[in-house]
Ligand binder design. Structure first.
Ligand code: IVH
Length: 688
């Protein structure tokens, strides 16, 4: 079957032809999405087509047919799973894509009109929630026991995925005494971003297909026929509603009260649920969550507003398959389509060659994206990105934008497969990929101007010696004009040399000179980190400085001595040795010192003061004040190891807000769980 062509403008002609075309497109993509879990286009694109059809049908009701994609939600269940007819249909929800305040205002105005509320009557009470980007599940409990879990399917009939859902630790299998005889709880199954990344990492290691996004990975897991495989995908769950409930079993008057009750019965309810009065509160929630979106540990695609009082919900009722009492208010899409204009090779500080797709500018995840990394040769091959390709670009959270998939049917004829160059595009030296390595590296070393530039930028970085104002444009100019070749050259720059550079104002030149002067007074860890020794990050630089106290001791340390530093393994030790064995590297250090770069040297640490040596920690959730990197640095400096997943060998789990499956696992295994304050006490036993 060939894929219909979506992206060309609709052919001129009667609406009827376009309607037929939209039917076939939407059916095709709904099948890819719901049945195969392999969408070819981003949701935003699907939504756009869907809305186009809705608009035509609104203008020409005579064109609405019973099989129109607007007349049903979702797709057919797979033959392999048993079908489940929902006792209460699983509705869809009206969506406002307008990201401005008007989305909330329009909803509030509609609700007030339907309820016949005059202007003088008080604000309607709503519950505002997050719109999780996963898949909807109905959990059926009879006499307090989970008897069935089903997907939404087409809203009337879903699939029985009980086996797979049982593997989700957050979902209670048995409820406390006193719950209604029949209780159906609805919510979203999703994958946290860290779990998604770890899953893809494992897939990559195994040489298997990676998942496009957390939602697809979650959907794939839920609809995995082998529950053993499903169990390996660490799914999470949030509760947001109800299906069938034995009438009169509980006295609850509002949606919010229901959520509290469900929470008390052991269902996970998201913390970001608030009661909102009137449109202004809804708008504020939408804005606040929009700001929080990137830092949440899971994907959301919007927020949901629901009328809180159940009697009012009843009064409002439904239009077709959508309740009048709820609406989804979306955020800008995190996945969009664009085209690849070129594939460039960037040369990093250590000579690493990274293929980067240059994209036609596209607004995704709230920013305009023009570049997306293709990581390395294997990754670029796996995705088979070619110049001219139409691709799905994703930017979620604060992660760098990524090309997640290519639309092969949009490929221009004759587009050639990408190959990594075997010479450095900057200096022409040979580029080699060592056995067992993922990356090609330029062998030019500091002969390569790209490596020189990166080395200078790294040295000037704010976490290294920090030379304020020395950015990539200026470094390009300095290196390209031959004024700066080595790090010490920086400190030989005079005001005249700087001011004579193109587009350099006297004042800016003066600022750079001052910043250079200021950077001379630094610390040993910053200086060491700034040298850019391979495998020596900030934490290692700090550990080395603490252990040896003086730079000369580090420069002259044998591999054996280096190995005594906690966290320095054979690879790192070897890399440090190799670096300081090179006469030109020693020369650079001497010249920097001669130029006046200085720091206070310390005494070697008598014995390792490492309160947490040998202990393994796992971090999960958002800590109140420390970023994940800061917490990791602190732990590593204290000698601890920080691991990605919880096992019996884990000594402590540090849990913050929204901690998920890792916390559950810790509890299940009886691993000690501490909070940020506990972590600080452990790292700093004397301070307490
Ligand atoms: S309420 C009658 N609340 O969005 C209202 N849905 O069409 C039923 N979703 O696929 C849905 N987060 O899985 C509701 N807090 C939330 C939600 C939510 C995500 C999904 C749901 C469904 C779609 C609604």
């Amino acid at each position: 079957m060939t894929t219909p062509d979506l992206f060309d403008a609709p052919p001129p002609g009667p609406d009827q032809a376009r309607v037929a075309e939209l039917h076939s497109l939407l059916h095709h993509h709904a099948h890819r999405y719901y049945v195969l879990d392999e969408p070819e286009i981003p949701d935003a694109e699907y939504d756009r087509l869907f809305r186009e059809l809705q608009a035509i049908e609104a203008a020409h009701p005579e064109l609405v047919t019973p099989d129109s994609p607007t007349q049903r939600v979702g797709g057919k269940p797979l033959a392999q799973f048993a079908s489940v007819r929902h006792a209460v249909p699983m509705l869809s929800i009206r969506t406002e894509t307008d990201t401005e305040a008007s989305g909330a205002e329009a909803f509030d105005a509609r609700v007030r009109r339907e309820l016949d509320l005059g202007e003088t009557e008080p604000a309607v009470e709503y519950v505002a929630e997050l719109k999780f980007d996963g898949l909807a599940i109905n959990l059926r409990y009879e006499q307090g026991v989970l008897v069935q879990a089903a997907t939404r399917g087409d809203g009337e009939v879903g699939e029985d995925v009980t086996q797979n859902i049982r593997t989700i630790g957050q979902i209670p299998l048995r409820l406390p005494e006193g719950v209604p005889a029949v209780l159906e709880v609805r919510g979203e199954v999703y994958l946290r971003r860290d779990d998604f990344n770890a899953l893809n990492e494992r897939q990559r290691e195994k040489g298997e297909k990676t998942f496009v996004n957390p939602r697809n990975a979650a959907a794939g897991a839920v609809r995995q026929l082998d529950p053993a495989i499903a169990a390996q995908r660490p799914l999470s769950f949030f509760t947001y509603g109800l299906g069938e409930v034995t009438p009169g079993a509980v006295q609850v008057a509002s949606h919010f009260a229901w959520l509290q009750l469900l929470k008390s019965w052991g269902f996970p309810v998201c913390d970001h649920v608030v009661i909102a009065r009137g449109a202004p509160d809804l708008i504020a929630f939408h804005r606040r969550m929009g700001e929080l979106r990137d830092s949440l540990p899971y994907d959301i695609d919007g927020v949901v507003y629901k009328v809180n009082r159940l009697d009012l919900q009843q009064q409002l009722g439904f239009v077709t398959r959508e309740p009048r009492w709820a609406v989804a208010h979306k955020y800008p899409a995190q996945e969009m389509l664009t085209t690849v204009q070129a594939i460039e090779i960037q040369v990093g500080r250590t000579g690493k060659l990274t293929p980067v797709a240059k994209l036609a500018p596209v607004f995704v995840g709230g920013v305009t994206v023009t570049n997306a990394t293709l990581h390395n040769e294997d990754e670029a091959r796996r995705k088979d990105v070619r110049i001219g390709d139409t691709v799905i670009v994703r930017r979620a959270g604060d992660v760098i934008p990524e090309v997640v998939a290519v639309l092969p049917e949009k490929r221009p004829p004759g587009a050639e497969m990408f190959t990594m160059p075997h010479t450095c595009p900057v200096c022409g030296s040979a580029a080699v990929r060592e056995e067992g390595e993922a990356d090609y590296r330029c062998t030019g070393g500091l002969f390569c101007s790209a490596q020189r530039k990166q080395a200078i930028l790294h040295f000037a970085h704010r976490r290294a010696v920090e030379i304020e104002g020395l950015g990539d444009k200026l470094v390009d100019q300095l290196v390209d004009s031959g004024v700066v070749n080595t790090l010490p050259d920086l400190y030989r720059l005079g005001l005249t040399a700087l001011a004579s550079l193109e587009r350099m104002a006297d004042k800016s030149a003066q600022n750079i000179v001052e910043a250079l002067e200021k950077s001379k007074q630094t610390t040993l860890p910053r200086f060491l980190f700034g040298l850019g020794i391979r495998h020596v990050g900030e934490a290692t630089a700090k550990a080395l400085a603490r252990h040896f106290g003086k730079l000369d001791a580090i420069m002259d340390a044998s591999e054996e001595q280096l190995l005594q530093v906690a966290d320095v393994g054979p690879v790192v030790a070897q890399s440090i040795r190799t670096f300081f064995e090179q006469p030109h590297n020693r020369e650079v250090v001497e010249q920097l010192r001669a130029c006046g770069v200085t720091w206070e040297e310390g005494e070697p640490a008598p014995i390792e003061v490492q309160p947490l040596a040998g202990k393994t920690f796992v971090l999960t959730g958002t800590l109140p004040t420390l970023s994940r990197d800061q917490a990791k640095d602190m732990l590593e400096a204290a000698g601890a190891k920080v691991a990605g997943s919880v096992s019996k060998k884990t000594d402590y789990v540090v849990a913050g807000a929204e901690a998920g499956s890792k916390l559950e696992k810790a509890q299940a295994l009886g691993v000690k769980v501490i909070d940020e304050a506990g972590l600080i006490r452990l790292v700093n036993p004397d301070a307490a």
